[in-house]
Design a protein around this ligand. Structure first.
Ligand code: ZN
Length: 171
């Protein structure tokens, strides 16, 4: 599949969200993902494996905030669009019932695309079901360590691997 053939709806999109620090009430706008296509954004996938995604630090007092931002990913291996919702929502909102409700909405939203859809609650469930589980997390952490020791930008190794796979690298 060429870049132009990828539906606009399946294109990786990031956005900014408004946060208010629960500790010092400072306001800022960290970048969050709305949609991550694993096929074209291997570094985004890697960030999820490293559990580095949707963490924000207050610019004023450095307080750590878990960003509750609902987003979706596209996994080309299983041809699935997976909506990732906050982990607490499943427990707070009625378990199975909320799952089916979300799935129904998502199905309608993607009815015009030849993709499967699924809903997960939290990064751990996403990793377990679609990213290869703890073994893949370990491999991603090892790559992070290698990148740090070689002074490479985060995500460099998976980008190189992806380029080699698609043949866009002539090396
Ligand atoms: Zn703060």
């Amino acid at each position: 599949m060429t870049e132009t053939a990828v539906s606009e709806k399946l294109t990786t999109r990031y956005t900014e969200t408004e946060l208010i620090c629960p500790k010092c009430k400072a306001r800022w706008s960290p970048v969050v993902a709305n949609f991550v296509n694993f096929e074209t954004d291997p570094a985004g996938r890697e960030g999820m494996l490293r559990k580095a995604m949707h963490h924000a630090y207050c610019p004023a007092c450095k307080f750590h905030v878990d960003v509750d931002h609902i987003f979706a990913v596209y996994d080309p291996d299983s041809n699935t669009v997976v909506q990732v919702r906050p982990k607490w929502e499943f427990k707070a909102g009625g378990g199975e019932e909320i799952y089916w409700k979300r799935l129904e909405t998502l199905l309608l939203n993607w009815a015009d695309h030849d993709v499967k859809v699924d809903v997960v609650f939290g990064f751990d469930e996403l990793i377990e079901k679609y990213l290869g589980g703890e073994e893949a997390v370990g491999a991603a952490m090892a790559r992070a360590k290698q990148e740090r020791s070689e002074g490479l930008e985060s995500g460099t190794i998976v980008k190189q691997l992806a380029a080699a796979r698609t043949g866009s690298s002539t090396a």
